[in-house]
Design a protein around this ligand. Structure first.
Ligand code: SAM
Ligand code: SF4
Length: 352
C-alpha cells in the first residue's frame, strides 16, 4: 500500500525519465487490469443555469455576464439518438445545479425518453450536483445508473476558500450526497481540481487517499483553469504554470490508477484545454473514459467553465471521427456500443 509520502514523491517528480516511467507503469497496469479499451460518454451540457456560486466556475449564478440557456427536449433527445446510432454506448448529462421541481421532473422525463429511444441500450451518467434522496431515487428508477459529484478538494478548510461560506456550499452536504448515492444503486464517481491556488502536492496526495478510502467506482479529475469572470481569478498569481499543472494532472491520473487499478477514470476536457494532446496523454497515463462533446454548437460558448475550452465550433459528427483516430493513436481501441461499466463496481457489488 502506498503511503502519503510515496504519493507526494511521485507527484513531485521533476525528471522527464521518471515522469515517463510513471506514466508507462500506470498505462500498462490499466491494460493488464481492464484491457486496452476506452469507452465513450457522449457529453450533453444540458443547461448553464446554476443556483450555486462556486468561486472558480464560469457558469456560477453570480456571473451576470453569462448568457443563460437550457436545451430543448428535442435537442437533448437528438443528441441521445446520435449517441445511440453512432454506438457511443453511453451519455453524460451535465448542467448547473438545480433542485427545483420543474428541473427534477424534466430530467426524469428526459431519462425515460432516452431509455425509450434506445430500447434501454444507452447507458446514462448524471453530473447534476447534490440532490435529495427522493430525487436520486427517481432519476435512478427513470434510467440513470452512474452519478458523478466531484468533491473538488477533500480538505474542508480549502473547500471553504473556493466556495461561499453558506449552507448552499457545504462540504459536509456534498460528501453526504456522495455517500447517499451508493444506497440507490448508482455507480458512484468523484474527483478534484488539480492546481488550485493555495493547494499543495500534500493536499493532492490526501485527495487521492480520500478517493481511495471512499472506494468510488469512477473518477473525473482535471486541472483547474482560470476564468476571468470568477472571484478565484484574483488569485491567478499563485498558480503554477499551465504546463506544470498539466504534467501534475497526468501524474495524478497515473498515481490514481496505481492506487485503484480497476476503476473508470476520465481523460477530461480540461486536460485537452491545457494541451492539444491532453486527452491522448491522459489515456497513456491510465485513463479509460473519454467524453466527446454532443452539445449543439450554438450553446457551447455559453458553457464556459474556464478559458480556452477546445472544439467550440466542432459539431458532434466531426468530433466522433476526430476522437476515434486520436484514441487509436495511443494504442487503445474504442469500445463501441458497450457501456464500459466500472469493473470496480461489479467487484464491489457482485464480488466479481
Ligand atoms: N454543477 C454540477 C456540479 O458542480 O457538480 C455539475 C457541473 S460542474 C460545471 C462540473 C465540474 O466542473 C465541477 O465539479 C468542477 O470540478 C468543474 N469546474 C468548474 N469550474 C472549473 C474551472 N475553472 N476549472 C476546472 N474545472 C472546473
Ligand atoms: Fe454550479 Fe457546478 Fe459551476 Fe458550482 S461547479 S457554479 S455547482 S455548475
Amino acid at each position: 500500500m502506498m503511503t502519503k509520502d510515496d504519493i507526494v514523491k511521485l507527484l513531485s517528480i521533476k525528471s522527464k525519465d521518471e515522469h515517463e516511467a510513471l506514466i508507462e507503469k500506470a498505462g500498462s497496469l490499466r491494460n493488464e487490469t481492464l484491457g486496452n479499451r476506452v469507452y465513450f460518454r457522449g457529453l450533453i451540457e444540458y443547461s448553464n443555469i446554476c443556483a450555486k456560486n462556486c468561486y472558480y466556475c464560469g457558469i456560477r449564478s453570480g456571473n451576470s455576464k453569462q448568457e443563460r440557456y437550457t436545451m430543448t427536449d428535442d435537442e437533448v433527445l437528438d443528441c441521445a439518438r446520435f449517441a445511440y446510432n453512432t454506438k457511443y454506448g453511453s451519455i453524460v448529462i451535465q448542467a448547473g445545479e438545480r433542485s427545483d421541481k420543474a428541473f427534477v421532473d424534466k430530467i426524469e422525463f428526459l431519462l425515460k425518453e432516452i431509455k425509450k429511444l434506445s430500447d434501454g441500450n444507452l447507458g446514462i451518467t448524471l453530473s447534476l450536483g447534490e440532490q435529495s434522496d427522493e430525487t436520486f431515487k427517481r432519476w435512478f428508477e427513470a434510467g440513470a445508473h452512474r452519478y458523478l459529484i466531484r468533491i473538488e478538494t477533500s480538505d474542508p478548510k480549502l473547500y471553504k476558500k473556493y466556495h461561499p461560506d453558506d449552507k448552499f456550499h457545504s462540504y459536509d452536504e456534498r460528501l453526504e450526497s456522495l455517500n447517499r448515492l451508493r444506497n440507490h444503486g448508482y455507480q458512484v464517481g468523484t474527483g478534484v481540481m488539480i492546481g488550485l491556488p493555495g493547494q499543495t502536492v500534500e493536499d493532492l496526495a490526501n485527495d487521492l487517499l480520500f478517493i481511495k478510502k471512499l472506494d468510488v467506482d469512477m473518477v473525473g479529475m482535471g486541472p483547474y483553469i482560470e476564468n476571468e469572470n470568477t472571484p478565484l481569478y484574483d488569485r491567478r498569481g499563485e498558480l503554477i504554470p499551465s504546463k506544470d499543472r498539466f504534467e501534475l494532472s497526468l501524474r495524478m491520473i497515473a498515481v490514481l490508477r496505481l492506487l485503484m487499478p480497476d476503476i473508470n477514470t476520465a481523460a477530461t476536457t480540461a486536460m485537452q484545454t491545457l494541451d492539444p494532446l491532453g486527452r491522448e496523454k491522459a489515456i497513456r497515463a491510465g485513463a479509460n473514459i473519454i467524453m466527446p462533446n454532443l452539445t449543439p454548437v450554438k450553446y457551447r460558448e455559453n458553457y464556459l467553465l474556464y478559458e480556452g475550452k477546445p472544439c467550440l465550433d466542432e459539431d458532434a459528427a466531426k468530433c466522433a471521427g476526430c476522437i476515434t483516430g486520436r484514441i487509436r493513436s495511443t494504442g487503445a481501441e474504442v469500445g463501441f456500443g458497450e457501456w464500459g461499466d466500472s469493473k470496480h463496481f461489479k467487484r464491489r457489488t457482485e464480488g466479481k
